[in-house]
Design a protein around this ligand. Structure first.
Ligand SMILES: Cc1cc2nc3c(=O)[nH]c(=O)nc-3n(C[C@H](O)[C@H](O)[C@H](O)COP(=O)(O)OP(=O)(O)OC[C@H]3O[C@@H](n4cnc5c(N)ncnc54)[C@H](O)[C@@H]3O)c2cc1C
Length: 391
């Protein structure tokens, strides 16, 4: 067992760090946090820079314009992006959807969609969740009925991250109402400019306008927009969720906040004594540093399994559970340590740590919900990981 990266992987990390130091920088990160996740997310000029360095499509095979990177190299890239606070759509757009098109798409679909994704010109949103189908996603009700060379789509999707700025929706629909619920689902790529689609904003505590509601009313979608085959959608969704659940970038961003908290405690005195010398503060910080290390190792296990072609469902759920809950703990410990000044926005001279904690508290509220709630992760781990009977 080795816990080291290779020399090439270390060199790659340095290359990405150098790139981010130059092209992103602290100022951009501050602006991003102030503007909120989605506003900064599709920063077109930064996406062009990533695209020019072929950094948007890096895990795709070279023949599709990617760099053919393995899951380990991808994790390094994501960690550095996260550590530098880059809030980017590329995770969803190219790493989740683009990879799925490389894997499951037809030759025509690859030709049509991949170049635009790799160049940062087009954006996908993910249309899974519905008002009556979240945790139990397989019970989704949006229908796609065959009609000649097309399907006619009717239904409502909610919580679409970036739905309002996306060009296409990666849409999960029910195509066979008589089949068992996991077996009658088909994924389509739908042009969001198609007649019959209305998009309404959903404002959330973290991002402002980060999510949207998409309503589909008699929307005609060509048959050739089916991905991975009719009624094979569940397989695509499960595979994509395993990628989404590790999100090493977000964890690295919060790891950096934890490091900054340690620095703050070294520099800040209460009653003439540095905070870091307070036994209670030390206990709390060491506890979270240990949990952060454990969460990172679980995420690495997922990446290792992916690189071996194994299905990492249980580890992916463990990574999602540990990472999501840890982020909230860091945010709340930070608030306790910084006191009242932690709730003041970073634009004020009275804010502590440039308002990072007040943003992080808001930002991490949805982290135990999006991509599957903590309860659902525990259910997956209990059943598939430990063979416990269903509750
Ligand atoms: C920031 C954010 C971004 C998102 N982005 C997208 C996106 O881009 N595309 C998309 O399709 N969706 C997106 N989602 C939706 C997300 O996937 C769902 O919110 C999530 O799957 C939970 O579904 P729900 O909100 O309907 O909750 P519900 O399923 O209604 O659950 C409500 C509560 O009941 C609990 N619960 C439900 N079933 C069980 C069970 N069997 N055992 C124990 N407890 C249970 C849940 O844990 C939760 O606490 C996003 C959500 C958030 C917060």
């Amino acid at each position: 067992m080795r816990f080291n990266f290779t020399e090439e992987q270390d060199a790659l990390r340095r290359e990405i760090k150098d790139f981010l130091e130059k092209e992103w920088g602290e100022e951009a990160r501050r602006r991003a946090e102030e503007a909120g996740d989605m506003a900064s997310d599709h920063s077109p000029s930064f996406h062009q820079k990533l695209a020019r360095r072929k950094l948007l499509a890096l895990n795709w095979p070279k023949e599709y314009g990617g760099r053919g990177w393995t899951p380990i190299e991808m994790a390094i890239f994501n960690e550095e992006l996260g550590y530098y606070g880059v809030l980017s759509n590329c995770y969803r757009n190219t790493m989740i959807i683009g990879s799925a098109i490389c894997h499951f798409g037809t030759d025509e679909q690859k030709k049509k969609y991949l170049p635009d994704l790799a160049a940062g010109r087009k954006l996908f949103c993910i249309g899974y969740t519905e008002p009556n189908a979240g945790s139990d996603l397989a019970s989704l009700e949006t229908t796609a009925a065959e009609d000649g060379d097309e399907y006619v789509v009717n239904g409502v999707k909610v919580f679409n991250t970036g739905g309002h700025i996306a060009d296409y929706c990666w849409l999960a629909t029910r195509t066979d109402p008589d089949a068992p619920k996991h077996k009658g689902i088909t994924v389509f790529m739908v042009d969001l400019k198609s007649p019959g689609i209305s998009i309404r904003p959903l404002y959330n505590v973290a991002d402002g306008h980060g999510q949207s509601e998409l309503v589909f009313q008699d929307v005609r979608v060509p048959k050739e927009n089916i991905v991975g085959g009719r009624n094979r959608g569940w397989y695509l969704i499960a595979k994509a969720l395993d990628i989404e659940r590790i999100n090493t970038g977000v964890r690295a961003r919060h790891q950096r906040v934890l490091e900054e908290l340690v620095e703050y405690c070294k520099e800040t005195k209460r009653n003439g004594i540095p905070l870091i010398k307070d036994p209670l503060v030390r206990q709390q910080i060491v506890q979270l540093c240990t949990e952060a290390k454990a969460a990172r190792l679980i995420a690495y296990k997922v990446i290792y399994q992916q690189s071996k072609g194994e299905i990492p469902d249980v580890s992916a759920s463990m990574a999602k559970l540990s990472g999501g809950e840890l982020s909230q703990k860091i945010a709340y410990l930070g608030m306790q340590l910084l006191g009242l000044r932690s709730i003041i926005h970073g634009s004020s001279k009275w804010s502590a740590m440039e308002g990072k904690l007040e943003y992080m508290v808001r930002e991490t509220i949805p982290h135990t919900v999006g991509a599957g709630t903590s309860e659902i992760q525990r259910t997956v781990i209990a059943g598939r990981g430990f063979g416990l009977p269903r509750g």
